[in-house]
Write a protein that binds this ligand. Sequence first.
Ligand code: CS2
Ligand code: MG
Length: 402
Amino acid sequence: MRIQDAKVFVCSPGRNFVTLKISTDEGVYGLGDCTLNGRELAVASYLTDHVIPCIVGRDPFQTEDVWQYLYRGAYWRKGPVTMSAIAAVDMALWDIKGKALNTPLYNLLGGKSRTGVMVYGHANGRDLEETSDQVAKYIDEGYLAVRAQSGVPGLPSTYGVSKDKTFYEPAEKGLPPENSWSSEKYLNHVPKLFKALRTRFGDDVHLLHDAHHRLTPIQAARLGKEIEPYHLFWLEDAVTAELQEGFRIIRQHTTTPLAVGEIFDTVWDARLLISEQLIDYLRMTVVRGGGITPLRKVAAFADLYHVQTGCHGATDLSPVTMGAALHFDISVGNFGIQEYMRHTPETDEVFPHAYWFKDGYLHPGDKPGLGVDFDEKLAAKFPYERAYLPVNRKLDGTMWNW
Ligand code: CS2
Ligand code: MG
């Protein structure tokens, strides 16, 4: 079997997605996701103009060698554009392998290690009451774990609070919207949110929260300490993690579990965080982390240090990534949890998939390969339109992390 052709599709069913389709000379094709929110065309060009010419004619079963070729051979390594492009090729080749061997991908990754993949949903609201009611909705739908994000009194907007409660889409068409931020107002508010949620829902439901890169280590230490009585499943992205050793400060002050890594694209972004046990969950997922091939290796390294997986699963990762992640999740030994931000009906129509949700768990399904398809004709009805993630400024106008 040989790779005969590869094509990149940029479409916008509900939101922008970038999809790679690799076709072989035996009629089997594979899909890969390389959506990079706000920088989609950069990845599309990296694949079309630089990668695809190098993979046509290769043996699609050689997932390891093709990955090494695209990583080492690029010379200019790492970074979200490069690694998302490599991830799409890797996903597509694993998809082809599963289809050619007529088996669901998880069987090629060690088989099922659990009966299902526990997921968390996204409850959000403008204030405590609305957020609490949204948590109740997710619990009623059978979720065992719910992330809670609420508006912050005194701030016109904040991360994670969406107009449409079910589908959270932060990217907006036109130029980047400007959000405003106050860590002080946020830090005074969040403990009240989780006190209210534990009072209403008790101890069993897993509660999660995403600080979205906005605190300093000592602020994160304060927040972690103040929410300890509400024993969150995790506090995510408390601090931007370029300075990995900065997490030592947080760790010294709190037992609240820490999750980091949705923006990581190689193991080097997390090496110290893992080896010094500064985090409890690694958020890196298939599309950002270079594919299934490297993610398995990072998970094995993390397992040595009691770090579990917690793959990113926002709407800006297509159902192809969700499908790939679920095959990884159901097999990997040190599985923690999978994020499940539902896609819109348009997205699900363009990306029909075998995975399904029941009683708080997702299941990858048993179709050969990833179990996700791509309707090219329908996709063409949803043309790409440039959209940006917001930028964020402190109340005095200082640029800050969104
Ligand atoms: C968030 C994402 O899901 C999460 O944990 O951090 O919604 C993130 O903001 C988006 O993926 C950015 O495109
Ligand atoms: Mg996040």
